[in-house]
Write a protein that binds this ligand. Structure first.
Ligand code: ADP
Ligand code: ADP
Ligand code: ZN
Ligand code: ZN
Length: 793
């Protein structure tokens, strides 16, 4: 099979050629993708788009890049599994820009993950004047172009040469080491002061009364181990908590004693949160609070760097400004310095900041911790890093880049994607929104449905052809919806009064109960701040968001939803053995991978890599456990079923388990019928996580559901199913509040609350409140315009 579609054979070298792809549900897919063009991948959720784009094309590119490392480096890296595909030709380096939230490294900010922070520091090192009374020489810790060191700028009349390395001192606040925060421990979580140490006062994991540490504490003689801690003298308490390292003798051996707090700091807090064992992590989450560094007040900078200014503005001021304002300020500096050496730097910085504004992120500040960005915001921030890149002939892979964007902002996002293409790159985009599909040079539609019913190419070609095709996507592309004739009446109201969180400007609004409310507004207008941060405390809200689900790497939909419980019991009963055998975190688990099915390799210099466990071949259980069956299937075979298959399997016959069938029904109802029940949670997309959370809360007694862009990851056809689901929730007496940009959802609302008018400090007010019909009739704001267009009014 060597078809080249409608591409002229002479251009064949300008194609990415995929032959026989079979990752996940892909059914021996072969296709050609034009290079240096923008290709959009469409199809219902679960049809196989990610398996093709991320799991096959990007994965193979990444694997081949790894092979270019020296054999020394490769020695530290696991061998990535080759994707299940016959052949792949014409690949270029793939860069994945997806919605993975950025890690919790507190040093990382919007400024540091783009070049903006470094540019700003260079700018300040060149133009800033020391503050009166400040030291004469200072450094902004600017890495040199090669990244190999730092340059130090001397000013004023001192010229003592000061060499500052990038990671030490220099411009960084010495107290918090550039984190902007210091840790504070909640003593009540460390010990119970009414007990003695011998009585088990310590609540720190591993510090049991008969354990090693307590023995050391007792032997130290600095305080009485048999008296309640509350009775310690000041001196004793100090020694217990803070004493520096000293030698003590226990049973004739020399040991080192140090106070509880430095001990915990070193043994627990110095580790990356993700690398901690779950019980340690849970303890740390309880006991540690972060407070703003008292020395630098969160600016992360040493005093001299903090106080020097350009036109009265310090680098901390500049980093705290909304980027829109910072861009204006830099533009003014450019005019004032057009003939000086800093002109190119100012121009670069200006262009970079303008792209933030263009992409709908102008409301962010450079000092915003990247860990607080939403999935959509973090994808767009990372996109900025690549816009300025000098690389060409790269394959950029995006996962729904329009997530979190108001229809009004999509045009700008489109422009940036086209710019990337026009610089000579291949751009592959998974998308659902018609406005985003509209810019495709080439469309690949997968389907017809999800999971085993998908995985085939339904259409390849241009947009005209897609519209004319009988694919689900083609049929839905130009479909508009009608506004509802009648909206529901509210049964009460949640009163928000004087909300001021983040950018909210003293917002008072009633959120109606018993109806479907959609909260709209451009990105950064304050929707989340209102809905997540301002609800009355006693409202009993069930938040169903896209945030990562806490849990171990062994977690999967079956464990997370509680589905595995009744299944384990049924297996145990049918075989006359213990239920625990069928749990992948117990004795029945494969010893090599501890029930994960994959082996994780942590690498300092790149992302953690997983490879299938060779011992159990990914089945997670010991061979003996796989000898037990229920309805003819072993536990690994059950975990490999899709939700829809499992629902049928547990509904009747020998394997009838009503409790399992009911939970699976909820999962099917939220549109996850295609999901494999044993698929690791870490591989789910944000949209899938949200729908899984929704499924687990379907039977809840609670009354108020808050959802954050639930259409993420959904095809237009899936959106119709979602609307039906939201309707059934409301009709069963619940209140549903949804943050959305999708016009079909807006049109379906009983009530709309529109935040704006702009983003950040230009937003934060309720600009419209009423029914969708009123919004359209008044053409109120950007949202009114967008909805009016959509319903053809
Ligand atoms: P889409 O991107 O179109 O939503 P996916 O490629 O994510 O679809 O999924 C296609 C099918 O492959 C689904 O049935 C999904 O459950 C399955 N799948 C995806 N990732 C994995 C995985 N890591 N392990 C097992 N099955 C998977
Ligand atoms: P939306 O949900 O409409 O996109 P948000 O409520 O997330 O808007 O943001 C409104 C404003 O609040 C923006 O200026 C944003 O930068 C700011 N903001 C949101 N979350 C945080 C946070 N964790 N820390 C600081 N500022 C925040
Ligand atoms: Zn500090
Ligand atoms: Zn294993």
């Amino acid at each position: 099979d060597d078809r080249t579609g409608d591409v002229h054979p002479a251009d064949a070298h300008d194609l990415i050629r995929v032959r026989g792809a079979r990752e996940n549900n892909l059914q021996d897919v072969s296709l050609d993708l034009p290079k240096r063009r923008l290709t959009v991948f469409t199809g219902v959720s679960g049809s196989g788009k990610s398996s093709l784009v991320f799991g096959t094309i990007a994965a193979e590119s990444q694997r081949m890049i790894n092979e270019t490392y020296s054999s020394f480096v490769q020695g530290f890296m696991p061998t990535l599994a080759r994707p299940d595909v016959d052949s792949l030709d014409g690949l270029t380096t793939a860069i994945i820009v997806d919605q993975e939230r950025m890690g919790a490294n507190v040093r990382s900010t919007v400024g540091t993950i783009t070049d903006a922070g470094a540019h700003l520091r260079t700018l300040f090192s060149k133009l800033a004047e020391p503050h009166i009374g400040g030291p004469g020489a200072y450094s902004f810790n600017v890495p040199s172009v090669s990244g190999s060191g730092a340059i130090t700028v001397q000013r004023g009349d001192r010229t003592i040469a000061e060499k500052a390395s990038y990671t030490r001192v220099g411009g960084m606040c010495p107290r918090c080491e550039g984190m902007g925060q210091v840790t504070d421990l909640d003593l009540a979580e460390l010990y119970d002061e009414d007990k003695s140490l011998a009585d088990g006062a310590l609540k720190v994991p591993g510090y049991t009364a008969d354990g090693w540490y307590v023995k050391l504490f007792t032997a130290s003689g600095f305080f009485p181990a048999d008296k309640p801690i509350a009775s310690f003298t000041k001196r004793q308490l100090h020694d217990f908590l803070y004493k520096e390292q000293v030698k003590v003798k226990i049973d004739g051996a020399n040991m080192t004693y140090e106070g509880l707090i430095p001990k915990i700091q070193k043994s627990m807090l110095s580790k990356d949160r993700d690398a901690m064992q779950p019980h340690i992590r849970a303890f740390v989450d309880r006991a540690v609070t972060f407070i703003t560094c008292p020395e630098c007040e969160g600016t992360r900078l040493a005093e001299h760097a903090r106080t020097s200014r350009i036109d009265g503005i310090s680098i901390a001021d500049a980093s705290a400004m909304p980027i829109t304002d910072l861009a204006d300020w830099v533009r003014r500096l450019r005019e004032q310095n057009s003939s000086r050496g800093v002109a190119p730097l100012l121009e670069n910085l200006s262009t970079l900041l303008d792209s933030f504004v263009m992409i709908g992120l102008g409301y962010l500040a450079l000092d915003r911790p990247s860990s607080t960005l939403s999935g959509g915001e973090s994808q767009r921030t990372r996109m900025i890093r690549h816009l300025g890149s000098a690389l060409t002939d790269v394959t950029y892979v995006f996962d729904e880049p329009t997530i979190g964007l108001h229809p009004h902002d999509i045009a700008n996002m489109n422009r940036l994607l086209l710019e990337l293409r026009d610089k000579g790159n291949t751009v592959l985009v998974v998308e659902h929104k018609p406005e985003a599909i509209a810019i495709a040079d080439h469309v690949v539609d997968l389907g017809p449905r999800a999971g085993a019913h998908g995985g085939q190419i339904q259409y390849e070609g241009d947009l005209v052809g897609l519209r004319a095709s009988d694919t689900l996507t083609g049929q839905h592309l130009d479909r508009t919806v009608q506004l509802k004739e009648q909206v529901r009446e509210r049964t009460g109201a949640l009163e928000i009064r004087g909300a001021t969180r983040h950018n909210l400007r003293d917002v008072s609004v009633d959120i109606p109960l018993g109806v479907l409310t959609v909260v709209t507004g451009v990105a950064g207008s304050g929707k989340s701040s209102l809905v997540h941060g301002s609800m009355p405390k006693d409202a009993g809200v069930i938040v169903v968001d896209q945030a990562p689900i806490r849990g171990s790497r062994r977690s999967n939909p079956a464990t997370y939803t509680g589905l595995l419980e009744p299944i384990r019991k049924a297996f145990a009963k049918a075989n006359g053995v213990k239920p625990a055998l069928f749990s992948n975190n117990s004795e029945g688990a494969c010893a090599a991978c501890k029930g994960a099915g994959v082996i994780y390799t942590e690498l300092g210099f790149m992302e953690t890599v997983s490879t299938p466990c060779e011992e159990c071949e990914g089945k997670r259980f010991q061979p003996a456990v796989l000898g037990y069956h229920l309805g003819g299937k072993d536990i690994a075979e059950v975990l490999a079923m899709s939700v829809a298959e499992a629902r049928e399997f547990f509904s009747s016959g020998e394997a009838k388990v009503p409790a399992a069938a009911r939970l699976l029904g909820h999962m099917d109802d939220v549109g996850l019928g295609y999901l494999t029940i044993g698929q690791p949670l870490t591989t789910l997309s944000g949209g899938e996580r949200q729908r899984l959370k929704l499924a687990t809360h379907m039977g809840d007694k609670g009354g108020i559901y808050v959802l954050d862009e639930p259409t993420t990851g959904l095809h237009l056809a899936d959106v119709e199913a979602l609307l039906g689901l939201l309707d059934s929730l409301v009709d069963s007496g619940k209140t549903v509040i949804v943050i959305e940009h999708h016009q079909a959802v807006m049109a379906h609302a009983d009530r709309i609350i529109d935040m704006g008018p702009g983003a950040g400090q230009h937003g934060g007010t309720v600009v419209f409140e009423g029914t969708p019909a009123q919004l359209v009739a008044e053409r109120a704001g950007l949202t009114g315009e967008a909805l009016a267009q959509y319903v053809g009014a």
